[in-house]
Design a binder for this molecule. Structure first.
Ligand code: PRP
Ligand code: URA
Length: 209
């Protein structure tokens, strides 16, 4: 059964409060999202396997631990997912990046796919799908569908804020996908926005609207 992990580190929670704040401007919003993405990457990689290798210190020959050659892939959902990408790449600089372009039709709330470009060996990689918002779950489900159709089997989801409705929807369709969030909020409003949420993540990241 898939997990929902709430990354409740005090630094993440502190920064998230200012991300939520309507008075935070575009520059500060972008910087804070980048910082929280880095901190969340630390949490999401906690179970990466290690192996021992020989290492010679100035004092003695010993063994040290290194990450055991696992191949990672980061899949930001365009466009708001891009706001978290660099923050994750700071900790995982060797990861390959695939892009899935989806927007949510404002009337139907259904995701519309407009772009997919994935690493050629994507099915061999352990993937982290990145998007600040998990609202109805439609976009996340569609992005994971795209990856599974290409043969991907190891997929985690990373969001700043999720609604309970979105978590349930993703886990109903994709019970193998663990979801990592900074916060699980209360509910969705009639427009499919997360309450209390942070508003429209893409608009706040890029100063549109
Ligand atoms: C936002 C957000 C998610 C989606 C979440 O993107 O970044 O991708 O909505 O909603 P859902 O869970 O109900 O599908 P949006 O459609 O606003 O596109 P954008 O990233 O281009 O702004
Ligand atoms: N997309 C957003 O950017 N914010 C929400 O609250 C819901 C969907």
């Amino acid at each position: 059964m898939a997990k929902l992990v709430i990354c409740d580190h005090p630094l993440i929670q502190h920064k998230l409060t200012f991300i939520r704040d309507v008075n935070t401007n575009t520059k500060e919003f972008r910087e804070l999202v980048d910082e929280v993405a880095t901190l969340m990457a630390y949490e999401i990689t906690r179970d990466i396997p290690l192996e021992s290798i020989p290492v010679e210190t100035p004092v003695v020959k010993t063994e040290g631990k290194v990450i055991s050659g696992r191949m990672l892939g980061l899949i930001p959902i365009l466009r708001a997912g891009l706001g978290m990408l660099d923050g994750v790449l700071k900790l995982l600089p060797a990861a390959k990046v695939g892009h899935v372009g989806l927007f949510r039709d404002p009337d139907t709330m259904q995701p519309v796919e407009y772009y997919v470009k994935l690493p050629t060996d994507v099915q061999e990689r352990e993937l982290i799908v990145i998007d600040p918002m998990l609202a109805t779950g439609g976009s996340a489900i569609a992005a994971i569908d795209v990856l599974k159709k290409r043969g991907c089997t190891q997929i985690k989801m990373m969001n700043l804020i999720a609604a309970p409705e979105g978590v349930k929807a993703v886990h109903d369709v994709h019970p193998d996908v663990d979801i990592y969030v900074a916060a699980l909020d209360d509910h969705l409003n009639d427009h499919g926005y997360i309450v209390p949420g942070l508003g429209d993540a893409g608009d706040r990241l890029y100063g549109t609207k």
